[in-house]
Design a protein around this ligand. Structure first.
Ligand SMILES: C[S@@+](CC[C@H](N)C(=O)[O-])C[C@H]1O[C@@H](n2cnc3c(N)ncnc32)[C@H](O)[C@@H]1O
Length: 264
């Protein structure tokens, strides 16, 4: 169970499947948190550190960035790119920081994995100073993220009993849901916006390589299938990608995230 629910196993492949695309929304996240030179910033569920790195650049030498994630292997990948950040292996639902010490918080693609979202948001709220800024982004609904939602559907067809686990990625994809979770945790001035980016793969082989290497939770699910299950999942994905595939085999899709900003 732990392996299926964690990002530990696929940390090295994560950026090749998800991180290379999710980093396209990082500038929006940094803008939504209005990061400034000198800020002390917390990146929650920092993973391989794409938002941590952008925060380091935004706050400059007078600022400070802390990165927290429950997965040590993910933080090890982050460490290579973000040597100046302080890292903590920590559950977002019990953050190891004093009250009100951060000017701003970020969380990219993390909120949907907290077993108790209210508790995680309350913790983030607690460690931000009064008037502090928080920005988060999550995948939109699965059908708006074909390269990833399609994979969740392909896996769910093979392992129906795990549909809820595979679908967790998209569980906050309805903007009102994210907005009301933030408001319930005490955040003010909550704003949410849908933002799309192009997601392009040179070939199906390029797409499936990090999946087969076990990237993230969905890659882990793919690796757990037997040969017949993997062939069926590939077939589902090839059919899904057919309308997006040009004559040269390049797959041109679009993916959407919901970007939220709020104040304490
Ligand atoms: C999809 S990755 C996102 C990583 C990074 N923020 C990014 O955008 O590339 C989700 C991250 O959330 C972390 N995570 C999941 N549950 C967590 C929790 N309860 N507390 C802290 N981190 C958690 C995972 O270990 C993983 O690194």
């Amino acid at each position: 169970m732990a392996g299926r629910l964690s990002f530990d196993g696929g940390a090295d492949a994560y950026d090749r499947l998800v991180g290379r695309w999710s980093r396209l929304w990082v500038p929006s996240l940094v803008r939504a948190a209005a990061l400034r030179p000198g800020d002390r910033v917390l990146d929650v569920a920092a993973g391989t550190g794409a938002a941590t790195l952008a925060a380091l650049q935004a706050v400059g030498r007078t600022g400070r960035v802390d990165a927290a994630d429950i997965s040590l292997p993910m933080l090890r990948v982050a460490r290579a790119a973000t040597a100046c950040a302080r890292m903590a292996a920590a559950d977002a639902q019990a953050l190891p920081y004093r009250d009100g010490v951060f000017d701003a918080g970020l969380c990219q693609l993390g909120l949907m994995f907290f077993p108790d979202l209210g508790q995680g948001l309350a913790e983030i709220h607690r460690v931000l100073r009064p008037g502090g800024r928080f920005a988060a982004c999550v995948w939109a609904q699965a059908e708006r993220v074909p390269f990833f939602g399609g994979l969740a559907e392909a896996l769910s067809r093979q392992r129906p009993e795990q549909r809820a686990v595979f679908g967790l990625q998209f569980s906050l994809g309805e903007p009102d849901r994210l907005a009301s979770a933030l408001a319930s945790a005490g955040f003010r001035d909550v704003r949410v916006a849908r933002e799309s980016r192009p997601v392009v793969f040179a070939s199906f082989a390029e797409y499936i390589e990090p999946v087969a290497a076990g990237a993230g939770r969905l890659g882990h699910g793919y690796r757990e299938l037997d040969d017949t299950g993997r062939a069926a999942a590939d077939e589902h994905l090839r059919r899904l990608f057919a309308p997006f595939t040009r004559a040269d085999g390049v797959i041109h899709t679009v993916a959407e995230m919901v970007v939220a900003s709020a104040h304490t």
